[in-house]
Design a protein around this ligand. Structure first.
Ligand code: ZN
Ligand code: ZN
Length: 353
């Protein structure tokens, strides 16, 4: 690799304030002893990036000073800290966005998604990876085998939410599963329900092109909820007791609060992944109680990257199919606008460096 003066500065797409993004150059960072420097290859645009771009906040996480967004990434190992073993320069890695303390009781029990010290990429005030290089703790980097593209490696991040939720829901062979909302996270759930052996996989959305993709990836039944009543549909295809497993991956909040309970069978299970704008949801609690419904709240994910990478490398899950649009680093404002408008059949917009 040749080094020139220009190699010392990197390009970054910086959110200055809501609605305003600027390209800036910054010094290239260097890894500490237990870190690696990664040249970012691909980054997916997530709903949370759009929230920060539009409103400068998600709940009490508020953009206070200019920074980069972006957390669904892949990249190439560029430099390796002195204490790090097992990596090679040039290796393609999928990037886990949580940097955790490693020592609290949650980390030590393997539930590092609950680490109170977590620094999550692109969540203020933590810098994101809408920039050319980034320093990671080595434990956040997962090498992918040859044959997994940089785009597919970037899609591991949205995929693992559905994988993690499925480890709690455990749909059984022959079970029915409902997936409410089939953006990238919901599509991951469709794939996982299929892989667990669910024979009835129902996908709901408001966008036909997402439902087509869901059907292509394993949904047995799809419904556009703007056209007919979802509960009637669910009963007609899964039977009137309801579905065994419900994945809430829409974040539609009040709109789906009733449905995610009433769609479930007695002793059924519900996994809540979607992040609603509201602070409170009107859950029909007596319905949930009578059903003995088991409700899981999914806080991101832990210990999922190796399995997700094997599923993608083996061809059992094709998350690159979720990528409908590709943009450069300079085009991030267009990518955010497109993803926010749900226009042009977009499922996942990807930034390619
Ligand atoms: Zn995301
Ligand atoms: Zn911790």
């Amino acid at each position: 690799m040749h080094m020139s003066k220009s190699d010392c500065s990197i390009r970054a797409s910086v959110l200055i304030k809501p609605g305003q993004i600027e390209m800036q150059s910054r010094p290239r960072p260097a890894p500490g002893p237990d870190e690696v420097l990664v040249r970012i290859a691909c980054v997916g645009v997530c709903g949370s990036d759009i929230h920060y771009y539009r409103h400068g906040r998600i709940g009490d996480q508020i953009l206070k000073s200019p920074q980069c967004l972006g957390h669904e990434g892949s990249g190439y190992i560029e430099a390796i800290g002195s204490d790090v073993r097992g990596f090679e320069v040039g290796q393609l890695v999928a990037l886990e966005p949580s940097r955790v303390c490693g020592w609290c009781s949650h980390c030590r029990q393997g539930n590092y998604n609950l680490c109170p010290q977590v620094k999550f990429l692109g969540t203020p005030p933590i810098e994101g990876i809408f920039q050319e290089y980034y320093v990671f703790h080595f434990s956040q980097c997962f090498p992918v085998p040859a044959g997994v593209s940089p785009a597919a490696a970037a899609m591991i991040e949205p995929f693992v939410t559905g994988l993690c939720a499925s480890r709690s829901l455990r749909p059984e062979p022959g079970h029915s599963a409902l997936i409410i909302g089939v953006g990238a996270i919901g599509l991951g759930c469709v794939n996982m329900a299929r892989l667990y052996g669910a024979t009835c996989v129902i996908a709901l959305d408001k966008l036909d092109h997402r439902l087509e993709l869901a059907a292509h990836q394993g949904a047995t039944h799809t419904l556009n909820v703007t056209r007919s009543d979802p509960l009637d549909f669910i009963h007609s295809v899964a039977g009137s007791p309801g579905v065994d497993c419900v994945y809430e991956s829409s974040g539609a909040g009040q709109e789906v609060a009733q449905l995610m309970v009433t769609a479930a069978v007695r002793n059924g299970k519900l996994s809540v992944m979607g992040i609603p704008l509201e602070d409170e949801l009107p859950l029909p609690i007596h319905e949930a109680r009578r059903r003995g419904l088991i409700i899981h709240n999914v806080r991101r994910f832990a210990n999922c990257y190796p399995a997700a990478i094997r599923l993608v490398a083996s061809g059992k899950v094709d998350p690159e199919a979720w990528v409908t649009h590709r943009f450069s680093l300079e085009q991030i404002p267009q990518a955010l606008e497109l993803a926010d408008s749900y226009a042009d059949g977009v499922v996942k917009a990807l930034i390619e460096m």
